[in-house]
Design a protein around this ligand. Sequence first.
Ligand code: GDP
Length: 157
Amino acid sequence: MGQRTFTIIKPDSVGGNHIGEILTMIEKAGFRIIALKMTYLSRSDAEKFYYVHKGRPFFRNLYLFMTSGPIVAAVLEKEGAQDAVAEFRELIGKTNPELAAEGTIRKKFAASKTRNAIHASDSDENAAWEAAFFFPDKEIIDTKYELPLPEDEIDSD
Ligand code: GDP
């Protein structure tokens, strides 16, 4: 299992001004943001992204909701994780917020099964496919912060 996953902060969370609080919960849980953008899904984007759900009774509500406002897409990395996809799904909580555990993102921010605040990939394969849907390789930044000079030199003035 891998150390990366992919997420979308959904239109209800962006509209509710919760981007910062959700990113804080993600970072506090030990995930590093290695790609990030605010964008929109067109109807055709939403249909491609959720093609596995085409034909399900909730599909119309899902794409109408996902195209209703801006979203924030991100690629996340958790160093040392056995299974970043599974750990991140624990953090977001169950699809239905009534069943989401205390302390999860959906428990805190989701209003319903459709307006459920956040998306998370459900496998390493899907995480890679979903990340590539939003980000070209060069926008996934996995270089680490490193001072170019010793601390006393860079702080010397
Ligand atoms: P997730 O991985 O928890 O996001 O759930 P799924 O991948 O199964 O479904 C994708 C999205 O479709 C969910 O986040 C929901 O917004 C929506 N969805 C899934 N199942 C249902 C359902 O039974 N009812 C409604 N209204 N929406 C659903």
